[in-house]
Ligand binder design. Sequence first.
Ligand SMILES: [Zn+2]
Ligand SMILES: [Zn+2]
Length: 277
Amino acid sequence: MPRPSKYVSRSDLGWGSSPADAADPRSGLVIHYDSVDQGLAGKEHSACLSYWRDTHAFHTGPSRGWVDIGYSFMSCSHGYVIEGRGLRRTQAAQPGGNSSHYSVTLATGPSDPITPEQINAVRALRQWLMEPDTSIAGTVLGHRDFVSTSCPGDRAYALVRDGTFAQPPGPVTEVHDMLGLRIGSTGEAVKLLQLRVTRAGFGDALGESGVDSEYGPATAEAVRLCREYVGSRALPGYGDKMTAHAVDQVEAAVTKRALEGAVGDAGQNAPDDPSRS
Ligand SMILES: [Zn+2]
Ligand SMILES: [Zn+2]
């Protein structure tokens, strides 16, 4: 069966096959996170691979001493499934379910966004694992369903509970956080971004398609213009993804435009405006 289209394998990482004990998990997929914010949604994908290598080193190092990285997989902010122990291995992830369930970490912290691409990667992983080769149940749980832990964080656990991860891969509309969006993103969060850039006065840059919930070059240009408007250098590429600075500057552009509008209104009402008679 084909793997998810955006997949980083152990061999891509330069790792041999997992030395962990064999298992045949069938009961479903368990969602995890990192207890510390990682900011990976605002970084290049290479940062996810560095994170995964560091996690491997930590899990196999003196403080954990495990035979391998603890999780079966990671689902990154950019929509990649990254292999951990991979298929048919017991894990060091959720005691009580280490050989009955597969594990996937979002590598997010409590305040990190969960991107639409990341949700889709979990969905693609689940769908793949449900195919006949591995034929897991469609059940999606959170780490806290097994033991008392904050994992996978309140945001991700809400998505576990409302069934978001148990949908087929496709457009994601459940995320309303602009941080982490980039060219190629779709859905309600992109619509929100397009409404914000329009409110900031750059709706024309969206072109004929307007507010269409799709982050393409026109949306990127509108974001870049917002950033330029509030004093950023706004070089080419500055609208291509919603980093923390980009979100901050789009919001600042909305505020600046609103203040200018208020000043303009006051000017129109001024009785001694020499341009009016
Ligand atoms: Zn966990
Ligand atoms: Zn990534």
